[in-house]
Design a protein around this ligand. Structure first.
Ligand SMILES: *Cc1c(COP(=O)(O)O)cnc(C)c1O
Length: 342
């Protein structure tokens, strides 16, 4: 599958597919330069760049959706812009202003408009902004130069199961982030730390890992790339922890849940509570809502079972979120931005 003609929009994987252009901007001598557009997939950077050595790197992920009315919408991009500023600040990188962030994603989407999946296919255009220290440094200190890159790629659901429930594995022998570390910001290092556990889970037949709080191993933290939620007796329950990445999707689902009449609880969630949930799942831009069929506690050899099909509330939340993103229902929370003229 190499050219756009070969794309089966309805069965796209969540992966990289080459598009026409990407957008870049360099921070140098204390200021951001002009946006540059290129058709090269490669970046030429100094071998001593801090992004390569000391993990000065952060990224974002959001999507552009072709709606029922033919219009292209972004979902809460301001939240991604804000989070990228938090990530940048958290690891001492130059901070991209909101206007620059928007200009870069807007340009990347427009210039690759032919790759926005048609409405009705369930696919969307994934937007990946990344920011890294490009300046050379050998002593451990922040770089003086940074690069912001935005590329886009058409995607289907993150888990190949789509909205069908997945099996996940709860682990105690790995952590993805340390308390007072970088779990709350979207830096690549958190992902590097999660890879061993994730690959082992895949090899053992699970779609994802569920991590516990690193300090006490008593509370649910999050799934590798997505936040956790459980539903019980009309309550939407999601963990509160300083090592969880604040998910825009989760934050939005909390609002939708409250609007649909659920009570919303964000608090520490003890592992034992898994037993009491009627529904459980993961949420994020890539995962959207992925219901859990079961959670297997790898160490205690204990399985929590939720069902072969998605629960009623997970389904309602999923449908409502998607309907807002694809412009099928009124955007009463003001979350979407229409990109005019594409
Ligand atoms: C990006 C990410 C999420 C999901 O956040 P969204 O804003 O909903 O896309 C959840 N957990 C981790 C660790 C992430 O990096």
């Amino acid at each position: 599958m190499d050219t756009i003609e070969d794309i089966n929009w309805g069965s796209l994987p969540f992966g990289y597919f080459r598009t026409d252009y990407n957008v870049r901007c360099t921070y140098r001598d204390g200021q951001w330069g002009e946006l540059e557009v290129t058709d090269s997939e490669y970046i030429s950077i100094h071998m001593a760049a801090t992004g390569l050595h000391y993990g000065q790197e952060a990224f974002e992920g959001l999507k552009a959706y072709r709606g029922a009315d033919g219009k292209v919408r972004l979902f809460r991009w301001q939240e991604n812009a804000r989070r990228m500023r938090m990530s940048a600040s958290g690891i001492m990188m130059a901070i991209p202003p909101e206007e620059l962030f928007f200009e870069a994603i807007d340009k990347a989407v427009r210039m690759n408009a032919r790759f926005i999946p048609p409405y009705g296919t369930g696919s969307s255009l994934y937007i990946r902004p990344l920011l890294f220290g490009s300046g050379a440094q050998v002593g451990v200190k922040p770089a003086k130069e940074y690069m912001l890159v935005v590329f886009v790629t058409p995607v289907g659901p993150y888990f190949k199961e789509g909205f069908n429930p997945v099996k996940v594995q709860l682990v105690r022998d790995y952590d993805r982030a340390a308390p007072l570390g970088t779990g709350h910001i979207k830096v690549g290092g958190n992902y590097a730390a999660s890879l061993r556990a994730a690959e082992r889970a895949h090899a053992e037949g699970y779609a994802s890992v569920l991590f516990l709080d690193a300090k006490e191993k008593k509370f649910i933290d999050e799934a590798g790339p997505a936040n956790f939620f459980g539903i019980r007796e009309m309550s939407y329950i999601t963990p509160k922890s300083c090592t969880i990445l604040p998910s825009v999707t989760n934050k939005s689902i909390e609002v939708i849940a409250a609007d649909l009449g659920l009570k919303v609880e964000r608090r520490p969630v003890p592992v034992e509570e898994l037993e009491t949930f009627e529904e459980a799942g993961a949420c994020g831009t890539a995962a959207i809502i992925s219901p859990f069929k079961s959670i297997f506690d790898r160490e205690l050899k204990k399985e929590y079972y939720y069902g072969e099909t998605a629960g009623v509330w997970s389904t309602k939340l999923y449908n409502t979120l998607r309907a807002i993103q694809y412009g099928e229902i009124e955007d009463k929370f003001g979350w979407t931005t229409i990109l005019e003229g594409i």
